[in-house]
Design a protein around this ligand. Sequence first.
Ligand code: AMP
Length: 291
Amino acid sequence: MLVFSESLRNKGKKISFVPTMGYFHEGHLSLMKEGRKRGDSLVVSIYVNPVQFGPGEDFVRYPRDFERDRKLAEDVGANLIFCPENEEMYPEHYQTFVDVEEVTRDLCGFSRPGHFRGVATVCAKLFHIVKPHVAIFGKKDFQQLVTIKRMVQDLNIVLEVVGMPTVRETDGLAMSSRNVYLKAHERESALSLSRSLVIAKGLYEDGERDAGKILGEIEKYIKRYPYTSIDYAKICDTTTLKDVEYLEGEAVLALAVKVGSTRLIDNYVFGEALDIYNVSVQESAISPSVR
Ligand code: AMP
């Protein structure tokens, strides 16, 4: 890997990088396509990083299908697929971790202690191994993107970090490798997240700026779907990720909802476009079809 990167760098070529845990869907592929555009050579890593999973989380059963992934990545023009082994990444006596402090405290950082320490550590290591000029991440994992941007700035890593829009199923569900965990009867309830974003967008566009009121509506709405339990629903500043009470600067609605035993996340940055077309706000607010 190092030889590959060094020789490209020596030739003045630009390396773009997409770190992933594999089991590709269109969201991953959109990052790779962007990577192709932004660099001369695209590196994709596939690594299910044990350090970012907590005890009792889904590390062991996380879906994996390397052969399928390899074909998909090659089809969108990946030049190198990097799949390190645990022994390479965390050899015996390994003891160095990256802790990004404030932006990882709340939201998923609160629900999944140690998660972002694992994410920041593996990304720092991958950046050093792959030596990319640009790394592409999805905005679907908004807190992850903010954390990586913070780390890159704080640790003087010379790297451009790019965030890409969330790719969704036609019904609005944000694509995720974990969607395979959803049981057929839970699928409709999984739409409570993306539909909530549409509701929040509508309220915002109607002039609502009170974060508590928007969150109140959304919580009420999600609770009407069976099998759902809200982990968090928050409106935060997009840079600090601190809660905001009143929508003035750039703010994001961040949601984590358990549907059955599957924990799903989604988010909406107020004022941005939202590519969910086949749900009308009123309809979804008044009559979710599961009732
Ligand atoms: P993962 O394999 O889940 O760790 O994700 C690898 C990268 O793909 C991360 O930067 C994610 O934010 C991004 N990603 C995951 N789902 C989506 C999606 N639906 N749309 C766009 N990017 C995504």
